[in-house]
Ligand binder design. Structure first.
Ligand code: GH3
Ligand code: MG
Ligand code: MG
Length: 433
């Protein structure tokens, strides 16, 4: 990117050059009005940054007026640097074609403004775009306009074809640009509506509608139907670029927020020490587990277990070793039960595992096997045992799961009372149905 700095003061020239200089920026200097016009004619400038005071007869506003009369510079940004005590008319400045006015004496602010200006202008669009345009010429021009960035296209002449391509493979696209007036079954409006109906996640896919007709009711209808933005042909390249860039950025932000939400959700649902789900997760995920069991009429086995004399582990070996024991218990649960089972750390050293489609005989056998496995294992070189309350049930819509857990807890208490390192089981499958 080439920046033309028009400035009389050598000191200010040096300061501005320093502020502008960067990887993608080449700075060209002009000392006065005439010098600036020559530079602009000889070179291809992308941004002009001019002082207000240039010479007795010409100022920055005059320069802006002259720049706008040169065809290739209709749309380039012209920044005016002026002291606020100049009392210049903002109205005159903007009418003459100035894009933005910066305070000249506050260098920090000037530097911030320039940095943000450059960031906004650097073309860093990385996108794969689904593009519908029935005019070959218009399509070639648009694709050329977006070529400066890392943009690739799948171009279709009709929305009917584009719709099929999108439906089969929408994950590959970062945005959709569609013409509005199109031949075929789907016109632009129908296409936008159809895209939004494909899957629920489609609300994130940015859609830019492009039309030769600047008709307000059509524009409103397109926006209402799910287009995110609308641009009228013929458009200037800069406007197209900035709209595409904004839409892509919006999608990236959406994705970022979603990833963060997923991470937060996971953190909120997972117990950090054991890697198991926590009690909070139980409340929100248990209904799904139950509804599968109800729908398929499958019996459910509930294991409610608790580490025996765990307080002593902490008292004798310290809290850190206690934590290691709990973490190992988490590993054992994760490796010994199936993915369709539902296991959580219910409290300190209490765990619940719900076994899907498991009758009483199987549940009791599984509980006994797990109890024995724990007894045989080493936990940070310690020997640990557990007591388990086991309940097997058929559940229906009226079942109160918390009531069942209370019953399983009572069985666990019985196991503790009768000497610990035991399974105490009850079959409720006969009673409910
Ligand atoms: P019982 O056989 O009757 O279950 O006896 P117990 O000692 O295991 O039961 P009690 O409920 O008296 O003690 C449980 C202990 O578990 C007390 C508590 O400090 C400890 N504990 C709870 N959460 C954690 C934890 O995250 N880390 C560690 N190290 N200890 C924990
Ligand atoms: Mg205990
Ligand atoms: Mg306990």
């Amino acid at each position: 990117m080439k920046v033309l700095i028009v400035e009389r003061s050598r000191l200010q020239q040096t300061l501005l050059s320093r502020i502008f200089s960067g990887e993608d920026v080449i700075v060209t200097l002009a000392h006065n009005y005439q010098d600036a016009i020559e530079r602009l004619q000889e070179e291809d400038i992308d941004i002009v940054c001019t002082a207000y005071q240039l010479e007795y007869t010409k100022n920055g506003i005059d320069l802006a007026r002259a720049i706008r009369s040169i065809k290739k510079y209709h749309d380039i940004p012209i920044m005016l640097m002026a002291s606020m005590d100049m009392k210049l008319s903002t109205h005159d400045a903007y009418n003459a074609g100035i894009t933005e006015i910066f305070e000249r004496t506050n260098l920090d602010e000037l530097s911030n403004n320039i940095q943000s200006l450059l960031t906004r202008r650097v073309c860093t669009i990385n996108a794969h775009i689904l593009y519908v345009e029935d005019s070959k010429t218009a399509a070639t021009l648009t694709m050329r306009d977006l070529k400066c960035s890392n943009v690739t296209f799948d171009h279709y002449f009709s929305a009917d074809e584009a719709y099929i391509a999108y439906k089969n493979n929408h994950e590959v696209y970062d945005m959709v640009i569609t013409d509005v007036v199109l031949e075929g079954q789907l016109d632009g409006l129908g296409f936008v509506r159809a895209l939004r109906e494909i899957t629920p996640e489609n609300y994130k896919m940015p859609i830019l509608a492009v039309s030769g007709l600047d008709d307000t009711s059509r524009r409103v209808e397109l926006l209402r139907s799910g287009a995110n933005d609308y641009i009228v042909k013929p458009y200037v390249k800069e406007e197209l670029l900035v709209r595409v860039k904004n839409l892509i950025m919006m999608k990236h932000l959406f994705n970022q927020v979603e990833t963060q939400q997923e991470q937060l959700y996971k953190q909120a649902m997972q117990d950090h020490l054991t890697g198991l789900q926590n009690r909070h997760a139980m409340e929100s995920l248990l209904p799904r587990f139950c509804s599968a069991a109800i729908r398929h009429k499958k019996p459910v086995g509930i294991l409610f277990f608790d580490i025996d004399h765990f307080k002593k582990v902490n008292d004798i070996h310290g809290h850190a070793i206690g934590d290691d024991v709990l973490a190992k218990m988490g590993d054992m649960i994760l490796t010994n039960f199936r993915a369709e089972d539902f296991s959580i750390r219910y409290g300190g050293e209490e765990f619940i595992v719900m076994l899907y489609d498991t009758n009483h005989e199987q549940t009791t056998a599984i509980a006994e096997k797990f109890r024995s496995k724990v007894e045989m294992s080493n936990f940070s070189k310690l020997k640990i045992t557990i007591s388990i309350g086991v309940l097997t049930v058929n559940i229906d819509h009226n079942t109160d799961i918390h009531e069942l857990l209370t019953k399983a807890d009572k069985l666990l208490y019985n196991a503790k009372e009768s000497g610990r390192n035991k399974v105490c089981a009850k079959d409720l499958t006969m009673k409910v149905h």
